[in-house]
Each structure stands twice: as structure tokens, then as C-alpha cells.
Design a protein around this ligand. Structure first.
Ligand code: ADP
Ligand code: ZN
Ligand code: ZN
Length: 799
């Protein structure tokens, strides 16, 4: 067993295979699948993952592994399998799929450190002459066998640590310890100047308590400074060293412990089949469809509790923007230090530490955004995806995976249930639940008899006709005044995405759509044209509205700043907190602003998408949505679904407690079914209506999509290559498929590269991956030599 099969870090299809390397003598028995190694490749040294250990006949031809980067596998056998599957499913390189499962800190080669964390064997003592931390070179020069070091690491006595960057190495605390025995300290004490009171006090401390102590605590205790300590360290009576502590981003926070609540009847009914699946270890996918405030989280918490009692582990995914302190506290409040949180706002080092807590089995629950689905647990008992409809669960870079698919893979592997929760499920999931592929669970009411809020749709065209040109309708302004008066709070939501990219008539609300695709045409400033990004249809911008002949047709634009200014003018006494990318750029800003709002330090919270989810404030009794239809006109077949979801979510912020809530939706498309049905608060009619549209226009879940994006610095080259690819697809796929394109991408030029795309709509095309793979292979040379880029997305979310 002296051969390692290694996937190397050279993303290209000819290297997307496994290479054999000879295992050097000292690594035999140490190296395991899932470890990262450094290997020679051509004349370079590169990183790779060991997939398998075996033997080979052609040993003399092989190059040797140069270095092992891990002494514990970074990837479990399950995750190695998942890497193969994910690579195939998403048409990504194998190495890319494997790297996607690790925290940033482990994707590059960083300097290695050894950290002593416990009692170590005699043979290892020479490594740690200067304290608890040693460079890896010290080990390499020591002659200690690698297997000895590995044993100490496995036993938790030493840790192999990567220094992420020089500023953010590891977090340490300075310790002080007595280096002499008590008798010698006693003698030393007699010779210390009687007036050096503080020095004497420190020595006396160690005579009584010889063990190590945190330096800061020691100095605080004797009300002295490091200068008092210095001479004692210099004479060698005491010594000090740095001890690593894992960074805990939540260490400063006091979190109140909570106990399981008495479940409502419908909660109990929903929980039962989940518990049964956990207990019987039968994998099943549940769709927990519960209105906002129906107590889905409590169902998750009690299911997790059962999993922990069984000695198993849990993963909970929450969308990035909902990963607020409030959400984290609910899990930490119930499971305390058993919870690791993986959040993109953490620093690379913090993320790495949270990941290591999982790897070392110090925690049992991982709560996090999309990539937390790869938490390296080995005994998973449940996977929960909250707000399962969220598009952020789809990764837009390679590997373009959807966390939902990864959850199902892992659930099957561990015989564990997967719970998808939402008030507004994706059409895909709801359709599967209706068919019985998923197990449907429903929570139709809010807990504690809290009523669903009252909805009011305001037609902004009427406002205009009544002479109101303000951002706020008369009703919304009136209601905000009312809240100020009653000392209650208002949340104002402005969806900025997709702004000023479409043209709309201010008089009748008409927008211009593609005659073939049921998609709003996108405004191109450069050419003054309206274009369809699906089929390429285009037309000039109309100067009068084709529907009502008004000349008020124009493109749109309002930002949060403008709204804030308007508030200052109209409600000068209101205290406003604005939350958008500009005000939340600094670390912790998000938390600070929400904290202030929660304490009642402001009357109005004004924000973008980031305030749509997970907020639960008692005093919020009014939610205003300023431009409900801004999303409706995005060039996206999910526009109606996203609008419905967003309106339902935002509205769910109002009146969650004893005070009744009210929602005012301002729109130019009051008659659109996604606006009307969101106001009615009923998912099923929306589902039925939207499914008809999807069927008529051949979109998911009736059809699958594959999107290929081709980019090059010359427009002609990108266009012609796309044209050729369309022909190849037509030639090699069945005549059941529909191929659209070539057409410019929604972002037709990025960084001076022209982008074109083509889309395949299909129902059942077992050849598809193969055909695309062959096309990619065909262009391999051009991609390298002519800088042509081809991207494939087999599950496109935003087009
Ligand atoms: P969802 O996740 O479905 O929007 P939450 O889990 O946030 O709903 O629940 C809404 C509120 O109801 C929370 O404040 C929660 O603590 C409370 N709650 C949930 N279940 C119960 C219960 N069984 N008894 C009392 N309060 C509950
Ligand atoms: Zn009009
Ligand atoms: Zn079109």
C-alpha cells in the first residue's frame, strides 16, 4: 500500500483525472484518503487531495509525494464521494468540487504551526522549548517520526494549524507559569527587595498556586502591570507563553437558555413524522409549509433535540441575510456551546475555527448559510433547510450546486431526514410534495392566535392621478404618523434590485414584454433599445405608451437614500435607521443597527432585501412595501415567484406578537396575481396560477433548463462560438429539446469581455451532460490559448 491516488489542483479537463504518486516511507500508514498533499506536477509543486491508498505495478515510474498538509483527513469518505457526484452533476472539475467543501483557510497553502493543547510524549518535548507553539520546520528537523506526531494530533494533544494571514493568525492568550519549584521561589522571595511589594505578591502567588494562570488575570488580581512581571521572567523564576484559544465570535454575548415549548396541535402533528424518520433512520424529504410565525423553528429545535439525544448531529441552513443574531440566538439558546455558526461575515480565521470545532466533534449542530451544508459531520441525524425557496442556496460560481440537492445526497447517505421549511416554497419543492415525492407537512396558522396582518394594496397610479407625486402614498404616510403617535414601529422595505432596468408607464403601469417569452424587456442605455435576454428579440424604446398613449413612459429609479430624505422632510420627528449595503459595510454594523431598532431607539427601519427576513420585533405593527413590482419586471422566469415570496416574507414581519399588524403594499401592478395573492396570504392559489404559466412557457418545474454562457474580448468571437455551440447542441440532442439563442447575456459585457448565451429547455435528455462535456472538451484548446470562456449552469436561477 504505497501508492496514493491524488486529484491535483490544476483545473482543466485533461487533468480532471486521478494521478498516482508514490508514498514516501515516513508517510506510509500516516497518509489517509481525504488528506491534502503537496505533489510535483510538471516542474511545479501543487496541492492535491488523496482519494485512495493502494498499490501499483509501475512504482518505479512514479513521482513521490513531497509533503502532507493534513494529519487528520480534511474530507471524510462521504464528502469524497460527494465530490465525485457534485463534479458530475454540475459539470465542474473534480478539484473545484472538493475545494468547495472546505473553508477558505484550507484552500490555499499557508504556513503550518504546531500548537500544544495537552500533555505530550517525551519525544515531542524538544519541539516546544519556547512555549505552546512551534513552527512545522522544527518538527521536520527534529527526526521525530510523522506517525508519532499524527498520534499526538489524533489524541488531541497537538494541533496542526494553518496561519491564514499574518494579521489574523490564531487567537492566543498569554499565560504565566512558575518555572522553578516552590522551594526555589521561597528562597528567591527572601532576596527580593522588601519594598518591591508587587513583585513579592506575584512570587507569593506562585508559591501558593504553582499552576499556570492567564497573565491578564494575574496582573488584574494584584493591580499591577507587565513591568512588575518583567524582571521575574528575565531571571527565569517565572515564564510566559501564548496559549491558543479557538475564536468564538459569540463569546461576548449573553444568550439566555430556553426550554422546549409546549407544541401546538399542528406543530405536534408536523413533528411526529420527522421524529419517526429520525428514530427509524429512514431517509425522507419533508416539506414543512408553514405561514410566517407558525412556529417552524420550534419544530426544527425539537427535532434536533431528538437527534442530539440519539448521539447524532444536525445541520441547519438559513439564508445569509436571515442569519441574524436573533436567529443564531434561538439555536444557541437551546443548544448552547453545541452550536457552531458558519457565517460569511465571520473572518476567515473565525470560520476556520468554527469548522475545526465540527471536525473535532466539539459541537453537534452547525447553523449556517449555503456552504454549511458541507459541515464534516460523520453521524448526521437531520438536515434542515429553512426558507428553502431562497435563491441564495444556489451557488453561482463553480461548482454551481444547489444546497437542497447536496442535502438530499447527504440525507440518503446518513439515512437521515431532510426538512425543507418555508412559508412560500419554491414551485419545484411544492410540486414534488404534491406528487408525494416529498412528504408534505403543514402549519396553516400563526401560533398564539396571533392574527395574520391586514393587507392593503395601494395603486400608485391613483396617487399620481390624485396629484400625489411623493414616494409615499397618502395612506402609508397617514399610517406612519399614526405609529409615531402610538409609539409603535414601522418597517419600510424598498427592493432595489432590478431598478432602472425596465421601462414603465407611470400612467397605466404598462411594461413592455417580449412577445415570445413572457419576460419584461430590459432597457439598454447604450443602444437605447429594449431587449429580451432569453430569445434576443429587441425593439426601440417607445416614446409613448403602447397601451394608453401617455408620454409618461420612462425607466425607474429610487434608492434608500432618496426615501430617507423624503422621510426627513415629511416626518421630521421620526427617528430613522437605514439599512442597505452602504450602512452595513462595517463588520458588526448589521447587528448594531438591528439592536438599536429592537431597543426602540428608532421609529422606522428602512431597508433593502436584508430586512425582509428573520426579524421579529414586538413593536412593529406596520410594514410598508414601497415598490412591490420592481422585481416583477426582472428578465427572469421566477419574477412572479420571487415577488410573491418577498411580499409574503416582508409582510410576515408585522404584528407577530400581541399587537395587530398592518401591511401596505404600494404598486403599479395591483392586478398582478403575485401581488394580489400575496395580499390574500394564500400560497396554494398562487402555486396553481404560476404553474400554468410555467407550463405554457416551458419553464421549471415542467422543464429543466441548461444555460451556457460564452465570453470573449471580441464580440464576434463570442457570438460565433455560441452560434456553433447551438448547432452542436441541435445536432446531438434529441428533437424534443428547445434551444434558445444565441443572445447577449443580461450583463452583456463584463470587464471588457462580451458575453453571449444559449439555453436548452428539456424534459428528459439523458445525453445532455455528455454532449455538453464533449463540447467543452472540443473547446479545451481555445479556452486556454484564445482565452475563450464557457460556463455551464445546469440549474440556472437568475438568467
Ligand atoms: P416561523 O419560523 O414559522 O416564522 P417562529 O418559529 O419564528 O415561526 O415562531 C413565531 C413565534 O412563536 C416565536 O416567537 C416563537 O418563539 C413562538 N412560538 C413558536 N412555537 C410556540 C409554541 N408552541 N408555544 C408558544 N410560542 C411559540
Ligand atoms: Zn400607459
Ligand atoms: Zn424573448
Amino acid at each position: 500500500m504505497n501508492i496514493a491516488k491524488v486529484v491535483v489542483d490544476v483545473p482543466a479537463s485533461q487533468t480532471d483525472r486521478v494521478y498516482d504518486y508514490l508514498i514516501p516511507e515516513n508517510m506510509i500508514g500516516v497518509l489517509q484518503p481525504g488528506m491534502r498533499v503537496v505533489v510535483p506536477f510538471g516542474n511545479r509543486r501543487i496541492m492535491g487531495f488523496v482519494l485512495e491508498i493502494g498499490s501499483s505495478a509501475e512504482v518505479d515510474k512514479l513521482k513521490e509525494i513531497q509533503e502532507t498538509m493534513d494529519l487528520l483527513p480534511a474530507l471524510t469518505p462521504e464528502l469524497l464521494d460527494l465530490g465525485v457526484w457534485m463534479g458530475e452533476q454540475t459539470l465542474s472539475f473534480h478539484i473545484t468540487a472538493l475545494q468547495a467543501m472546505l473553508p477558505q483557510a484550507m484552500k490555499a497553502k499557508y504556513q503550518k504551526l504546531l500548537i500544544r493543547t495537552g500533555e505530550i510524549a517525551e519525544a515531542l518535548h524538544p519541539l516546544f522549548l519556547e512555549g505552546d507553539t512551534a513552527g512545522y520546520e522544527q518538527f521536520e528537523h527534529s527526526g521525530v517520526p510523522l506517525a508519532t506526531l499524527q498520534q499526538a494530533i489524533k489524541a488531541g494533544q497537538i494541533e496542526l494549524h494553518y496561519q491564514v494571514n499574518s494579521k489574523e493568525t490564531k487567537k492566543t492568550i498569554r499565560m504565566v507559569d512558575a518555572s522553578k519549584n516552590v522551594e526555589e521561589l521561597q528562597k528567591a522571595l527572601e532576596s527580593v527587595n522588601a519594598r518591591a511589594m508587587k513583585q513579592r505578591a506575584l512570587l507569593e502567588h506562585f508559591i501558593e498556586e504553582p499552576g499556570p494562570i492567564v497573565q491578564k488575570h494575574l496582573l488584574d488580581m494584584y493591580e499591577t502591570t507587565a513591568s512588575t512581571l518583567k524582571p521575574l521572567l528575565e531571571t527565569g523564576l517565572l515564564h510566559s507563553y501564548d496559549k491558543e484559544v479557538l475564536r468564538d465570535p459569540y463569546e461576548d454575548r449573553q444568550i439566555e437558555r430556553t426550554r422546549p415549548l409546549q407544541l401546538s396541535d399542528s406543530q405536534a402533528k408536523a413533528l411526529e413524522p420527522i421524529l419517526w424518520s429520525i428514530q427509524s433512520e429512514s431517509h425522507e424529504v419533508f416539506l414543512l409549509h408553514g405561514v410566517t410565525g407558525s412556529g417552524k423553528t420550534e419544530v426544527y429545535l425539537q427535532a434536533i433535540q431528538q437527534v442530539l439525544e440519539k448521539g447524532q448531529e444536525a445541520i441547519v441552513l438559513v439564508p445569509e441575510i436571515a442569519l441574524t443574531p436573533q436567529t443564531v440566538n434561538r439555536f444557541k439558546g437551546r443548544f448552547g456551546s453545541d452550536v457552531a455558526v458558519l457565517h460569511s461575515a465571520l473572518s476567515a480565521g473565525e470560520k476556520y475555527d468554527e469548522w475545526r470545532k465540527i471536525q473535532r466533534k466539539q459541537v453537534k449542530v452547525a447553523v449556517g448559510a449555503r456552504s454549511a451544508i458541507f459541515a464534516p459531520f460523520e453521524n448526521l441525524g437531520i438536515i434542515i433547510i429553512d426558507e428553502e425557496h431562497e435563491t441564495s442556496y444556489k451557488q453561482e460560481d463553480h461548482p454551481k450546486y444547489h444546497a437542497r440537492d447536496i442535502a438530499v445526497f447527504r440525507g440518503e447517505y446518513h439515512h437521515a431526514p431532510v426538512v425543507l421549511g418555508s412559508a412560500t416554497p419554491s414551485l419545484e419543492s411544492f410540486a414534488r410534495a404534491e406528487k408525494g415525492v416529498y412528504h408534505m407537512l403543514e402549519l396553516p396558522e400563526r401560533v398564539n392566535q396571533a392574527a395574520m396582518p391586514d393587507y392593503q394594496i395601494v395603486d400608485m397610479r391613483d396617487e399620481l392621478h390624485a396629484g400625489n407625486r411623493s414616494i409615499f402614498s397618502r395612506d402609508l404616510l397617514e399610517q406612519m404618523k399614526e405609529r409615531l403617535h402610538r409609539k409603535e414601529q414601522t418597517v419600510l422595505f424598498l427592493n432595489r434590485r432590478g431598478y432602472s432596468t425596465f421601462v414603465m408607464c407611470r400612467d397605466c403601469g404598462h411594461t413592455v414584454e417580449c412577445p415570445h417569452c413572457d419576460i419584461t424587456l430590459t432597457y439598454h442605455r447604450s443602444s437605447e433599445q429594449l431587449k429580451c435576454h432569453y430569445c434576443g428579440y429587441e425593439e426601440p424604446i417607445p416614446s409613448i405608451c403602447p397601451a394608453c398613449e401617455s408620454d409618461t413612459i420612462r425607466y425607474f429609479g429610487t434608492g434608500t437614500q432618496k426615501v430617507e430624505e423624503a422621510l426627513t422632510q415629511l416626518l421630521p420627528e421620526a427617528r430613522v435607521i437605514r439599512m442597505d449595503v452602504d450602512t452595513t459595510r462595517r463588520k458588526g454594523a448589521h447587528e448594531k443597527l438591528l439592536g438599536a431598532f429592537g431597543r426602540g431607539e428608532a421609529d422606522i427601519l428602512l431597508g433593502t432585501q436584508m430586512i425582509a427576513k428573520g426579524l421579529d420585533f414586538e413593536k412593529v405593527t406596520l410594514v410598508g412595501v414601497l415598490a412591490a413590482d420592481s422585481m416583477l419586471h426582472l428578465p427572469d422566469f421566477r419574477a412572479a415567484e420571487k415577488t410573491f415570496q418577498l411580499l409574503t416574507q416582508v409582510s410576515g414581519r408585522a404584528g407577530r406578537h400581541s399587537l395587530p399588524g398592518e401591511v401596505i403594499i404600494q404598486t403599479y401592478s395591483p392586478e398582478h396575481y403575485s401581488v394580489e395573492l400575496a395580499a390574500a396570504g394564500d400560497y396554494r392559489p398562487f402555486f396553481q396560477t404560476e404553474m400554468q404559466t410555467r407550463r405554457a412557457f416551458q419553464y421549471p418545474p415542467y422543464y429543466y433548463l441548461a444555460l451556457m454562457t460564452i465570453s470573449h474580448q471580441h464580440q464576434m468571437k463570442a457570438m460565433q462560438t455560441t452560434q456553433t455551440i447551438v448547432q452542436l447542441l441541435q445536432k446531438h440532442l434529441s428533437d424534443q429539446v428547445r434551444i434558445l439563442g444565441p443572445t447577449p447575456s443580461p450583463l452583456a459585457r463584463i470587464k471588457d469581455r462580451y458575453r453571449f448565451q444559449c439555453m436548452v429547455k428539456y424534459k428528459n435528455e439523458p445525453n445532455l451532460r455528455d454532449v455538453i462535456r464533449r463540447i467543452l472538451h472540443h473547446y479545451e484548446d481555445a479556452r486556454k490559448k484564445e482565452d475563450l470562456q464557457i460556463h455551464v449552469d445546469l440549474q440556472p436561477y437568475s438568467l
